[in-house]
Design a binder for this molecule. Structure first.
Ligand SMILES: [Mg+2]
Length: 362
């Protein structure tokens, strides 16, 4: 147990989408992953976050010196020291993403050094599996493309699916409703329908559309208004039957605490909220408010911590990440019967794929 972190290496990988994609409030044509590899005693741990290439500079200029030379098992201390080192930068946004990637790499490194599966180190039962929901349904998809995506989720055994609504900042509500209705018909009564407006509606619009989504049997209304608008979330929540969810921009436990009173399920993203350390802390905050948690995106990374979260609702099997994670890493856990299996390898069992070179920018 006398290992020291000897080396920190970063990588920037950009995966173009086949065509531009959009949700209610953003359009994109690529996803960038910034990776961190930490080495100790000839063993390497891997973490990453979905972010801007600028996050690499935060890691190299501000976090590397904090962790190199330190005990890789002392994650609680190292996590806190990283936050303290970034006080004057602000600890949210890119800094939180940078800390998340390093924290995840530390957990992977620690469990590999101990030669135990990461999920077990985090407290999961040996046979733990975690449910996923199919997520995508971009506003840019044609009806046929949407149908093909939903069919893929059903074939993989998903018991819930989520599509994007709030097209063009809420400018096309009739198409939002038509698409939700189309998916409601496609999936049948045994599968839950979820919608995500990415903060695209105004408060009144979200209440009115929420009533229409209720009529369609929607069970989950994510970011009906901006998650910065806590009063707006509360107003929508009190007006609709479906669960209101938010939390993908919870950067720390303070954000989690602020959101808990105004949501029905807290979303947490380990690649943003401080890695596995931050995810576990946020999940405990949710538990203290009587709420379940749902993991946002990055399904391959969330499988391990989700398996050790007793009040987990599900993991988001997000189309872009589900496509790119097997290109970025070897050993990504697969989905079968609507569930992710964390696996029995030491650590999270994932290593950078040789083929990822073609997507490497730095
Ligand atoms: Mg979302």
């Amino acid at each position: 147990m006398s290992a020291r972190v000897e080396r920190l290496e970063t990588g920037v990988f950009t995966f173009p989408t086949a065509v531009p994609e959009a949700d209610g409030t953003l359009t994109w044509d690529a996803t960038t992953a910034v990776t961190v590899q930490l080495t100790a005693d000839g063993v390497t741990g891997l973490g990453w976050t979905y972010t801007s290439p600028a996050t690499r500079a935060v890691i190299e200029d501000h976090l590397s010196a904090v962790v190199v030379g330190q005990d890789p098992h002392a994650i609680a201390d190292l996590h806190e020291w990283m936050r303290r080192a970034c006080r004057n930068l602000g600890t949210k946004g890119l800094v939180a993403q940078a800390i998340s990637a390093v924290d995840i790499a530390l957990w992977d490194l620690s469990s590999r050094l101990l030669q135990v599966p990461l999920a077990r180190l985090l407290g999961a039962a040996p046979d733990a599996v975690v449910p996923v929901y199919g997520s995508g349904g971009f506003t840019t998809l044609t009806d046929d493309e949407l149908r093909a995506q939903v069919d893929g989720w059903l074939a993989a055994g998903c018991r819930a699916v989520k599509i994007k609504v709030g097209e063009s900042w809420g400018a096309n509500p009739s198409r939002d409703l038509a698409r939700a209705g189309q998916v409601r018909e496609m999936v049948g009564p045994g599968v839950e329908l979820m919608v995500d407006a990415n903060g695209g509606y105004g408060r009144g619009q979200a209440r009115r559309l929420g009533a229409a989504y209720d009529e369609l049997g929607v069970v989950w209304f994510e970011e009906p208004v901006s998650s910065d608008d806590l009063e707006g979330l509360a107003a929508v929540r009190s007006a609709v039957r479906c669960d209101v969810a938010a939390g993908e921009y919870a950067w720390d436990v303070y954000d989690a605490r602020a959101l808990c009173p105004v949501v029905d399920c807290l979303q947490l993203d380990a690649t943003r909220c401080g890695g596995y350390t931050g995810f576990r802390a946020g999940a405990e905050v949710a538990a203290a408010h009587g709420l379940a948690v749902s993991a946002h995106c990055a399904p391959s990374l969330h499988a391990f911590v989700a398996a050790a979260t007793p009040h987990l609702r599900h993991i988001e099997w997000f189309a872009d990440h589900a496509r790119l994670e097997p290109l970025l890493v070897d050993g990504a856990p697969g989905v079968a019967d609507g569930q992710l299996l964390p696996g029995e390898a030491a650590g999270h069992g994932m290593t950078l794929a040789a083929g990822a070179k073609q997507y490497r920018r730095r």
